[in-house]
Design a protein around this ligand. Structure first.
Ligand SMILES: [Zn+2]
Length: 347
C-alpha cells in the first residue's frame, strides 16, 4: 500500500509589520523588541529598498582590474527561519536577530538623517554579504561589520572573533558606525561607486590621515544619532578604548607622517570627541548636521592632507550659526588640538 506523503510547507508572512530587533529605546536602554522595518519587503530573503543580502560569497582582489580593485562575487540568497506570532516575526536563531537589527538600524538612521536634511539617498540600495569568504586578503582582525568602498559599496557582516555580550553585528552603534563610512564615502567621492580621490593620490600619509577622519566621522554618526558616546560598551565592556568625550587630545605621534604603523582610531577619537564637545553646547541633531556640513566643506577644499582643517571648518560653521559658541568652542578646539595654530575665528 502506498501512503500519500503530505508535507505542509508553512511559509510565514514575507513582510511582517514588526520584527524582533535590538535598538536603543527612548529611556536610553538597548533591548530586543518588536520593531518596524518598512523597507524590508522580504524578511526571509533579506531583500528590500535599502539593499539585498547574500549568504557567503567571495571577496577577492580583482586581478583583471588595472588598479587591483576589490570585488565581491555574490553568494546565495539569504534564507532565514522564523515564525510570526501575533504579527511579530520571531527568528529561530541568532542570524535573524543580527540581520533584522542590521536592517532596522539602517532604516532608522536613514529616517533620522533624512529628517534633519542630510541626504542619505545616494547610499541606497547597498548590498550586504553575510559571512563571506576572503581570498588573498587578510581580514581576520576584530572586525565584525565593515563597509567596503572604493567601487565595491558593500557591507560585510561577520561572526564575532571575540566573545561578546551582544554580537557586534547586532550592535546598533556598530551598524551606524559602518553606515557612517558609507556616508563619508558618498560625501567625499561624490558617488557611492566612485574611487576615493584621496586614495588616487597614492600617498600613504594622505590615505592614513583620511582614514583617521573617516573613523572619527563614523563614530560621530554613531554617537550623535544614538546620543550615546559609549555604544561599544554593549558588546565589549572591558575592551573598548575609543571613549569619545573623555580626554582624547591630539599629539604629533597620532599623525601618519610620524607613525611607524598607523592606528587611525587615536586621532579619529580626538575628532569625534570635538564633535561631542559641540553636541554638549548645542544638541545631537545640530551637531550631526554640522559635522556632515564640515565634511562637505573640507571635501570641497580637497584638503585631503590636512584633516585638522575639518575641525576648523566645523568650528567656523558652528560659530556662523550661533556666535555665542565662539568662546566655548574655541576653548574646546584648543584643548583637543593643542598643536594647531589658533583658527582665525578664535583669534
Ligand atoms: Zn570604522
Amino acid at each position: 500500500m502506498l501512503l500519500p506523503l503530505v508535507m505542509f510547507a508553512c511559509s510565514p508572512d514575507p513582510s511582517p509589520a514588526l520584527l524582533l530587533a535590538v535598538d536603543r529605546d527612548e529611556d536610553g536602554e538597548y533591548r530586543v523588541a518588536p520593531r518596524p522595518i518598512p523597507e524590508l519587503t522580504d524578511a526571509q530573503h533579506m531583500e528590500g529598498a535599502l539593499g539585498d543580502g547574500y549568504r557567503g560569497g567571495r571577496i577577492a582582489i580583482d586581478l583583471f582590474s588595472a588598479d587591483l580593485a576589490i570585488r565581491y562575487d555574490e553568494g546565495g540568497r539569504m534564507d532565514l527561519d522564523y515564525d510570526v506570532v501575533d504579527g511579530v516575526a520571531i527568528p529561530m536563531d541568532e542570524d535573524g536577530l543580527v540581520l533584522w537589527t542590521y536592517y532596522h538600524t539602517l532604516s532608522q538612521v536613514r529616517a533620522d538623517l533624512n529628517g534633519l536634511g542630510v541626504d542619505t539617498e545616494p547610499i541606497w540600495p547597498i548590498a550586504f554579504a553575510y559571512q563571506p569568504a576572503f581570498v588573498g586578503m587578510d581580514f581576520t582582525s576584530g572586525e565584525n561589520a565593515a563597509y567596503l568602498g572604493n567601487g565595491v559599496h558593500l557591507f560585510i557582516l561577520l561572526p564575532d572573533a571575540l566573545p561578546a555580550v551582544l554580537p557586534l553585528a547586532a550592535n546598533p552603534g556598530v551598524i551606524r558606525h559602518e553606515f557612517g563610512h558609507a556616508l563619508f564615502n558618498v560625501l567625499t567621492a561624490g558617488d557611492a561607486y566612485a574611487l576615493a580621490p584621496y586614495d588616487q593620490l597614492e600617498d600613504p600619509n594622505v590615505t592614513n590621515g583620511v582614514r583617521a577622519l573617516n573613523e572619527g566621522f563614523a563614530d560621530m554618526i554613531a554617537t550623535l544619532t544614538l546620543d550615546d558616546n559609549d555604544f561599544f560598551d554593549l558588546s565589549l565592556p572591558s575592551v573598548t578604548t575609543r571613549d569619545v568625550a573623555a580626554d582624547a587630545v591630539a599629539d604629533v605621534s597620532m599623525y601618519p607622517a610620524n607613525a611607524e604603523s598607523y592606528d587611525p582610531y587615536a586621532l579619529g577619537t580626538v575628532y569625534a570627541s570635538f564633535a561631542w564637545d559641540l553636541r554638549a553646547l548645542t544638541s545631537p541633531e545640530e551637531a550631526v548636521v554640522l559635522v556632515v556640513a564640515a565634511v562637505e566643506a573640507w571635501s570641497a577644499e580637497e584638503a585631503w592632507a590636512d584633516t585638522d582643517r575639518w575641525a576648523e571648518l566645523l568650528l567656523e560653521l558652528a560659530v556662523a550659526e550661533d556666535d555665542t559658541l565662539t568662546a566655548p568652542l574655541c576653548a574646546a578646539f584648543a584643548a583637543r588640538l593643542p598643536e594647531r595654530q589658533t583658527p582665525e575665528t578664535c583669534a
